[in-house]
Structure formats: C-alpha cells, structure tokens
Design a protein around this ligand. Structure first.
Ligand SMILES: NC(=O)c1ccc[n+]([C@@H]2O[C@H](COP(=O)([O-])OP(=O)(O)OC[C@H]3O[C@@H](n4cnc5c(N)ncnc54)[C@H](O)[C@@H]3O)[C@@H](O)[C@H]2O)c1
Length: 456
C-alpha cells in the first residue's frame, strides 16, 4: 500500500531546485532527503455512497471516530448510537443528527433491530467488545473494533473465527500502524536502509498523571474487570514491534509488577479521598484536587456542562463521588506500573519493550539497530545514521492524534468497507489477533516467571 516518490520526483512536481534540505509538512510529516512515503489512506476519494455506521459507546474514542464523519460526511455517516450515559448519548445524537428512534441505551438494543447500517463502531469499555462484536458479525455488519479485541485470548480467537466464517471486514484500532512515524520507521527497516535488522529497543512512557488517571483510579485500574495493562495500554506497541520486525514472535520473557500505588506507600495523614481534608494533599503530585480541580487536566471524563461557571461545582462533586477523587494509594488497583518484556522473533531479531508509569513525559521512544545503520526516535522525530558515511538524516512530525494515526485508520476502514476489500487494512483482525496473543503470552510469562513460547 502507499506511493513512494523519489525526492527528485517530488522536487520536480513542486518545481523546486534540487540540493539543500527539504522540509515539507506533508501528511503530517516533514522529512529531509530520503525517499518519501505517502500512505494512500489520506488520499482516497469519497466512496460512491457514504458508509453508514452505528457507534456503540459514545465516549472518548467514539467521538474521535465520530469526528471523522463530521469532517468527511461524504465518506462516513453515523446513523445510530448506543450509550447508557444520557449526556453522552444526547450530545452524540445532536452532533450527528441522529433521529430519536436510532438512539439506544445499550449495545444489545441495537441488535434487537434488523440491520440498518453498513457497519458498527465498537468503542465500548474493554469487557464489552466481545458481545457486540460477535452479534454484529452474526448480523452481517462490518466492524471498526477498538482494542483490545477482547480481554481473553479465547474470546479473541472466537472473534477471529467468526469474522472468517462470515467474511466481514473487521479493522482493529491499532492506530500506530497508521501513524506516519511508524510507517516511516518500518519503511527504513524494510527497504534495507539500516542493513540487516538486528534488534529494537522500544519504550512506552505512560507519564505519571496518565497512569494515575487511567490505571490507578480510572476505567482500567483493575485487570480482572478490564484487561491486563500489557494489552490495555501496550497492545499497540507489541503490534508495532511485530509489524516492524516482519516476522512472527517465537519466545517471550516478561517481568514487572505494581510497585508504588499500594496501601503500604500511603503517606501518613492521607485520607480515602483527596477532598476529605488529606493532610498531605498539597505535597502529593497525584492529588485529585490538583489534577482535576486546580489544573483542569483530563476533565473530559466528567461530561462537564458547557456553562463554564458551573464546571467547578461538577468537578468537586465528581471528586466526592467517583473513583477520580480517591487516594491513589487506597484504590483496589492491580495493574503493574513497570513492565519489561523481551521478545525473540523467528528471524533471530530481538526486541526489548518497557512500559513505564513514572515518567514526566509521554511519547514512545524507539531505537532500531541494524548492521549498516541505526535509528533513534521519540514519536515526534527521529534520526537515521548511516554507518558508512556517518550521515545523519532527521524526520519531524508535524501533526498529533496518535501521530496522525486515528483518522488515517478510519479512512482505510471506510475504503475497505465501501470496496468490501479487507486487504486495504493494515490492522485487519488476523494480524491483530496475532499481536494480542503476544500480549497474552507476555502476561503468562510475567505471572508464571517463565520464558513462554508464543503459539498463534
Ligand atoms: N485505540 C486507542 O488508541 C485507544 C485509546 C483509548 C481507549 N481505547 C479503547 O477504546 C475503548 C473505549 O475507551 P474510551 O476511552 O472511549 O472509554 P469511555 O469510557 O470514554 O467510553 C466508553 C463509552 O461506552 C459506554 N458504554 C458503557 N456500557 C455500554 C453499553 N452497555 N452499551 C453501549 N455503550 C456503553 C460508556 O458510557 C462510555 O461512554 C476501550 O476499549 C479502550 O481500551 C483505545
């Protein structure tokens, strides 16, 4: 997939003289002097008829994908929504002009009606992917499925089997496959620029506040109620490693645990909620009052009223009544806050992956080691060094949103559905189940303290 233009052709097209450094904001990515990769995804024309879809789960991700339909109505039209949260449901209906009869309380209600759209977007919580996905496949819907595919390996395999049997299009939201950063890294690995690929070091810095928000207080704080963090947070990374290496994963050794956000680390004077008069509230970087009330970070989870004068009151109320106001040391959380995974691929390449909660920064760090060159990158830019010439070449990303991946993914999926061709997807259900199995195997290795063989 995708077009490759040589720099010379590009310069010709633009009528520019050759020589010097080229820095162009193209497809969200500026580059210097190597071959330029332009994914087809953003260049597709509108299909003959817009793909119609029903969104199951009108939260954060449902709105990201819904946003694409608002921006490109000739490509995608949202015709129904299910969400038990009335505020979200109503707001979604308003945004997308959804008639009252197509607004549903839960995903089950949608499937009580005969099929009335081309596809469904499954952006419900992790433990509500399997049910709607199986039902949608049985009824002949194509699917955009949020990761993780399902919380257990068995369910993932069942979804794959039914997708094959029904021959439906299922795209899994492994959005990094559509980000210009990883597309370019993979291209350099595969076109021989760094010679033979030897190994990769990859790190996902979650960032300490993000960790406390999502994996200590938030939706993913309990691995048994949702999904182990290696899948919930890092299935993207395992998938991207598999994709870049281009070979199946053979063996895994994983370590890590929950080291910090535990009762025994609770400071003296800490109260069950930050709003209860905690004696150390002002000294705690994880104070809910600091994060949500004073700094207004991540308040999208509170469905704040549009009227800004009423927002403070709602935030305080949520801190008194939801998990977001609880002390990070007194939660019923169990997700590891540091997780290290070593992978051996069938072609002999090794990868070391670290998921780290305690960082001040976000943005994946990647080092790729090859026989003739190496690459060092941080998700927004990377440098390729040619060992023979010593020459360094830099790339810089010029857009955000998962490195530009979110909407590129939807664009591919819309094309795949409208053309009924799953080959247009680079995150199809087949390859995504394989990388999920790598995640489940890593978790087995961590829990059992053993090197595990990956059986796909
Ligand atoms: N691809 C990515 O990069 C990425 C990023 C974040 C989250 N996710 C995944 O996307 C999914 C959604 O995450 P989110 O951050 O949008 O969560 P969210 O909580 O913001 O949204 C989930 C929505 O589902 C609704 N819901 C709950 N029960 C429902 C039911 N029975 N029927 C219909 N709707 C129901 C909730 O009310 C909520 O509005 C999760 O599986 C998550 O792991 C993926």
């Amino acid at each position: 997939m995708g077009n490759e233009l040589s720099r010379r052709n590009l310069l010709k097209t633009l009528g520019l003289a050759t020589g010097g450094l080229l820095t162009l904001p193209l497809n969200g990515f500026a580059e210097t002097n190597l071959r330029l990769y332009i994914p087809d995804a953003v260049k597709y024309p509108a299909p003959d008829k817009a793909v119609t879809a029903i969104t199951l789960g009108a939260g954060n991700r449902g709105n990201v994908y819904g946003g694409y339909a608002l921006q490109f109505p000739d490509h995608l039209k949202i015709v129904g929504v299910a969400d038990p949260n009335e505020i979200r449901n109503q707001r979604y209906c308003q945004k997308h002009n959804i008639p009252a009869e197509n607004s549903f309380r839960t995903w089950e209600d949608v499937f009580n009606r005969p099929k009335f759209a081309d596809a469904v977007i499954i952006s419900t919580p992790d433990n509500l992917h399997f049910g709607p996905c199986m039902k949608a496949l049985a009824m002949g819907y194509d699917i955009l499925l949020e990761k993780p595919i399902a919380p257990t390996e068995k369910e993932c395999r069942k979804i794959l089997a039914l997708a094959k049997q029904t021959n439906r299009i299922v795209a899994v939201c492994h959005v990094l496959r559509y980000s210009p950063y990883f597309i370019k890294l993979r291209e350099l690995i595969q076109n021989g620029s760094i010679g033979e690929l030897i190994s990769i070091q990859h790190m996902e810095p979650i960032q300490h506040i993000h960790m406390s928000h999502s994996y200590v207080r938030g939706n993913w704080h309990n691995s048994k109620e949702t999904t182990p963090i290696i899948l919930a947070k890092s299935c993207h990374d395992l998938d991207i490693l598999r994709w870049m290496v281009g070979s199946s994963c053979d063996k895994i050794a994983a370590f890590g645990d929950l080291k910090w956000f535990k009762k025994e680390n609770s400071p003296v004077g800490a109260t069950p909620r930050c709003t209860d008069g905690c004696a150390v509230e002002k000294e705690c970087p994880y104070s809910a009052l600091k994060i949500y009330y004073r700094e207004r970070q991540r308040t999208y989870v509170f469905d704040l009223p549009d009227d800004e004068t009423k927002q403070a009151e709602v935030i305080l109320d949520k801190l008194k009544t939801t998990n977001y106001g609880r002390c990070v040391y007194q939660m019923d959380n169990d997700q590891p806050d540091h997780y290290t995974t070593n992978l051996l691929f069938s072609n002999g390449v090794t990868a070391a992956f670290n998921m780290e909660a305690f960082t001040s920064y976000e943005g994946r760090r990647t080092r790729v080691m090859g026989s003739l060159g190496d690459i060092v990158g941080d998700m927004s830019e990377f440098t390729y060094t040619n060992f023979l010439t010593g020459k360094k070449t830099d790339w810089k990303l010029t857009s955000d949103a998962h490195g530009g991946g979110d909407w590129n993914l939807v664009s591919d999926w819309v094309q795949a559905v409208s053309k009924q061709n799953s080959a247009l997807l680079s995150s199809s259900i087949d390859v995504s189940v394989e990388s999920h199995i790598i995640g489940f195997t890593a978790e087995k290795s961590r829990l059992q303290g053993k090197i595990k063989k990956v059986v796909v």
